[in-house]
Design a protein. Sequence first.
Length: 152
Amino acid sequence: MNYETRLKELKIELPEAPKSVGSYTPVVIQGTTAYLSGQVSKYGTARFIQGRIGKDLTLEQGQEAARLAALNVISLIRSAIGFDKLDRILRVVGYVNADPSFYEIPQVVNGASDLLVLLFQDQGIHARSSVGVASLPMNAAVEIEVTLQLKA
């Protein structure tokens, strides 16, 4: 499948690929596995969803935050790896900046998972963990970490 064409069909515009803001690299490739550093709920300089879900933000805003983080993941795949080298998404870990009384953590991370499956279809179906946390860098609402299988 041509993912560039699919992005156009779905009217999805990707942000510029995020750069590291510390002592790490956004992508590490070992053999046919790629590990992507966590991506937060930020769309370039245009939009940044910050705050605690269940206190400052609603479930729906949390899902949108997860979607923004997934857009950064897709942008990294495109720029650092290349869509043509992607075999499938193996695993997604979603970290949700959540109020202690908020328990709909998996539903928030669905915002990222649904987008990945929509774009990559069968190659986007993945294993997943969803974790509620006390805080995230820059008070981001969501952070998404992804592991990919690359073509041999």
